[in-house]
Design a protein around this ligand. Sequence first.
Ligand code: DGL
Length: 261
Amino acid sequence: MRPIGVFDSGVGGLTVAKELIRQLPYEDIVYFGDIARVPYGIKSKETVIRFSIENILFLLKAQVKLICVACNTVSSVALPVIKNHFKVPIVGVINPGAREAVYATQNKRVGVIGTRGTIASRAYENEIKQLDPQVKVMALSCPLFVPFVEEGWVEGEVVLRVAREYLKPLKDSRVDTVILGCTHYPILKPVIRQVLGENVTLIDSAKQVAMEVKKILAQEGPLNKSRHSKHEFYVSDNPEWFSSLAQRFLGQPVRNVKKVK
Ligand code: DGL
């Protein structure tokens, strides 16, 4: 059976792969992490589009039946262009996350946090406004969160102080729902929750996108009927570095990572 392709700028997309594995345990997955060129969050739109097309061409060689764009930055700035370029179904993270947020908010105030690229694109904001023009969106970037997570600083006084500083405008604007609009942010959920409080709903786009993939495969097929699944991991640089971080994102060790290009 043909696998699902997943790509990200690096290791963070494994939070999406984790959900895909949880919700679709019998599907084969080919994951590509472009760690040679990470981070995408500070790159121009043209560059992110070019990288994305190259990543998709790599996945297509593995005969993938659907491509899941795990990266929020790619989904924000490149999705319309890349969807036009290819016949294979391509699922991004913006629409599923925005839909869930619009559904969850009671006071119609939604916060979005992401990389600089994601926030500057206003992709979440536009999607939310289309779904419900009444919803007020407060969007802000938290650039230090990605390196914190990659360095393993996911709890403690330093990250808590940075989170308090970043998230203050969200607290002040009384949002009741916040989209974690970056692959790395679900790892910081406990800290973000501590800062924003129990009453704010945190939307994890990884969960929503896996549900979307499941829905598309159930409708358009084919779902894998076999009870054995194979997960393959490719990177554009340093497989050892990827393996050393992978467990934090995937919740299980990743061995046999292959370098391509
Ligand atoms: N994967 C990126 C995202 O979700 C975060 C890391 C990067 O900037 O490349 O936006």
